[in-house]
Design a protein around this ligand. Structure first.
Ligand SMILES: Cc1cc2nc3c(=O)[nH]c(=O)nc-3n(C[C@H](O)[C@H](O)[C@H](O)COP(=O)(O)O)c2cc1C
Length: 319
């Protein structure tokens, strides 16, 4: 079976700069989901959302935009807006777990409201020709909420439902609920994609054995923690390429220079890179040491030196 790998959206991480840089050096991802577009009551798209999905910024990538909303008007507005750029699919985020979102009945806080989901899908399908796909958790309070929603979802020609096998209340704590995920597979006619905690090649192998019918896999944090992961999965081997650290270094430098164009001031730039390093470091030998080094970088020059030393040390100690 061929496996399709999807980059799960990470707001603040997987913007077009990351996507392009990732694709250039590592590859292995078939489709990238852009982080969500959220309107706050006004039918207006903020410029940073637009920049992220503009075709000229995503030339060699396959990208699917995403919306987070509980309003049919907003959904229809964004669907028509992205269609002008040539997109024909809009992914709906019913997964976000944060109380600021769920308390407003959005993200995973909307899963329990099948009447509203029905109303939105009904209007979207009758007023636009956009293809809708879903990305959801299994519920907010418990993993049965999704089971009550499936009969509604089954009424619509959704492209797929990507399920992050957790509930909203968990945030990112605890493990993924694989029994709950299995129950989902048995209770909907829709195509299901798996999402959650694919962090290594061996973890992917385990999931593949547990869910032999799944051929679409969404990877979020694992992609940043170990950008070689999609390559390994596609290559069916846990081996890194021989030039692992050279490649990583080129990827890193390109990402840095991309953000240099966007952010003003060395401090902001280092803070941005630190966010990535909190993930990158986990596939290196001493994550805490690396984070301390990056955090203590007081200038871009110090940061560059630290990164160089970290990569040289890793290279010398891994081989
Ligand atoms: C910092 C961060 C930002 C995220 N932003 C989004 C987002 O914009 N849209 C979305 O559907 N999910 C978002 N997620 C959830 C991830 O896409 C993914 O579903 C989740 O992390 C589980 O997959 P993973 O274990 O492979 O990371 C975000 C997660 C994190 C940690």
């Amino acid at each position: 079976m061929t496996h399709t790998l999807l980059s799960s959206p990470l707001q603040g991480f997987t913007d077009f700069r990351f996507r392009n840089t990732f694709h250039k050096y590592f590859g292995g991802i078939d489709t990238f989901y852009a982080p969500y577009i959220r309107l706050n009551g006004k039918l207006e798209i903020k410029s940073n959302y637009e920049i992220d999905i503009l075709p000229k910024n995503n030339k060699s990538l396959t990208v699917i935009p995403q919306i987070m909303t509980n309003s049919a008007d907003e959904f229809i507005f964004v669907a028509k807006y992205i269609q002008q750029f040539g997109y024909n699919e809009l992914n709906w985020n019913l997964g976000c777990p944060y109380p600021m979102v769920t308390n407003k009945g959005m993200g995973s806080g909307l899963i329990c409201d099948s009447t509203k989901i029905d109303h939105i899908l009904d209007r979207v399908h009758s007023e636009t020709n956009i293809i809708v796909s879903m990305k959801m958790r299994m519920g907010y309070e418990n993993n049965e909420e999704i089971l009550y929603t499936f009969p509604i979802l089954d009424k619509y020609p959704l492209k797929n439902i990507a399920i992050h096998a957790r509930i909203g209340k968990q945030l990112y704590e605890g493990g993924v609920d694989l029994e709950g995920f299995q129950r989902c597979l048995e209770n909907t006619a829709h195509k299901i994609y798996y999402n959650g905690d694919i962090t290594s090649f061996s973890r992917f192998q385990e999931m593949k054995e547990l869910f032999p019918s799944i051929d679409h896999w969404m990877i979020g944090r694992g992609l940043i923690s170990d950008p070689f992961l999609p390559f390994m999965i596609k290559n069916e081997s846990a081996e890194y390429p021989e030039d692992r650290f050279e490649l990583f270094s080129k990827f890193h430098d390109t990402l840095l220079s991309e953000f240099e164009q966007k952010l003003s001031g060395e401090k902001h730039l280092i803070m941005k890179m630190l966010q990535y390093w909190e993930y990158f470091a986990t596939s290196f030998s001493d994550p805490q040491f690396i984070i301390r080094k990056i955090r203590k970088s007081k200038s871009l020059r110090a940061y560059d030196d630290n990164v160089k030393n970290i990569l040289e040390y890793e290279k010398a100690n891994v081989y």
